[in-house]
Ligand binder design. Sequence first.
Ligand SMILES: [Zn+2]
Length: 196
Amino acid sequence: MTVPYITTWSTERPLPAQVVEHPRFGIAYADETMGDRDGNGVLWPRMPSRPGHGRPEFGKVHPLRQRRAMRRLLCQVCAGPADRTGRGVLWMLRDFREDWPGWPERMAAIEPPVCLPCAGTSIRACPALRKGYVTVRVRHSTVSGVYGVRYLPGALAPVEDATLTFDDPAVRWVRAAQLVRELHGCTVVDIAPDLG
Ligand SMILES: [Zn+2]
């Protein structure tokens, strides 16, 4: 059984950190250190990384491994480089082609890309994936924001899950859970011939 790189394990729990309100900058940790924010100044959970220890919790994404894979365009399953051809980087996305014409153009993706062998393995391991998912080549993508939990000024409690871009001032009120990439130059492709 393959456990994806971005999957959380049962021994990985966020370390306690007291969230406080900063008069100008949104939320902060009471005892904040350098590593608590990303390069865009957004707060992240303090999450130990202990893959392989305990049980995998499928469906729960490890925020810091997701961030690393997304930033560096690593395969979300094996953490090797994602597959790339002249048509772009390979993504496996849940099929929402009905959502808008040209989908997934300009989509805010939270799932990191994949490499060709891992895409093939997941399709073979779970034929249902063929139905619900499509493979897409993405020519260009930019790290554009975060998905996470949003706090409201004045009421120091998380209120909702939200996706915000880095240029939105409200991003300072979000504790990030996943890094977002906006996808451009997308082509839905059939990778079956590449898999051999
Ligand atoms: Zn892979």
